[in-house]
Design a protein around this ligand. Sequence first.
Ligand code: NDP
Length: 329
Amino acid sequence: MFKALVVEKDEEGKTHAAVQNLDEDRLPEGDVTVAVEYSTLNYKDGLCLGSGGGLVRQWPHVPGIDFAGVVQQSADPRYKPGDRVVLTGWRVGEVHWGGYAQRARVKADWLVPLPDGLSTHSAMAVGTAGMAAMLAVIALEDHGLKPGDGPVLVTGASGGVGSVATAVLAKLGHEVAAVTGRPGSEDYLRALGASQVVQREDLSEVTRKPLESELWAGCVDPVAGAMLGRVLKQMKYGSSVAAVGLAGGAAIEGALITPFILRGVNLLGIDSVMQPYEARLRAWKRIATDLPMDRLKGMIRSATLEDLPGLGKDILKGQVQGRVVVDLN
Ligand code: NDP
């Protein structure tokens, strides 16, 4: 038997989440059974803890879009009992049972071995958001960004993606300009390594100008909306923006073609969900070596399965700060 947070749908179509003890034969099909040690909380988890937001197809459902743990059983030669693994994406926690349980059964293809130097707890402090941030930094590097090129802008800097991007870029020797609208987060961002803090309102206005002064050598952008439209016009010649999210809106407001055709600016799309294995492995290895975990400690808090229904509602209202690590031990 193992403990799981199960979401059930009643006859009136309402969903209810509660902790249950389940038998292992309830687990879905898969090659590898993992003893989950930690999971985390993402916006998508908030949806899947409630009505499903169109992501969940079948109930009863176990949410949790990412987890880290230890292999318990494996029918795949790539994994053996005792191996430490991490999973993000592949629609686990949405269409497949996820990490809000002490056991998960998944396809071997979806797993990544945890690199040495990264604990299962740290992996979930980083989570899907941090993995996406690392993919964004790698994409910028692959398009030529190197330390010394000039300030790299990180939008939504005190959020999950932004915090990890700020800490990694600073550790790599980049000058980081961190954008925030959160009062009082300046000290936190400077502790992560930001050398400049930019107020959100300075980049929120939609302008009609085709271009502005060249300021940024690169950008990690989890915000989009009016901010991305504005930032594109301020990018240095030949530089790149890694588009990771849409915390500020799905449109790119006020965007014009001018930065692309007059300054050769690149807009790089970052998806963590369907990312191929080799790219995931590369990202997790880089997280192990290039993310100063001690700098993130202040933003991590612990939660239990029992806390999740309440936290799920909070994250949908934007009321969860920092990273929540769910302890399944
Ligand atoms: P968080 O909620 O932790 O952080 C988002 C941050 O964006 C906030 O902390 C805030 O930063 C800023 N922000 C929020 N609303 C606005 C607004 N209206 N205008 C400007 N800035 C705003 O989210 P995550 O970092 O976990 O995720 C960010 C985005 O990335 C989401 O859209 C998410 O879905 C996406 N994502 C994409 C992935 C991918 O594979 N591409 C993977 C994971 C996440 P501050 O408080 O500093 O102002």
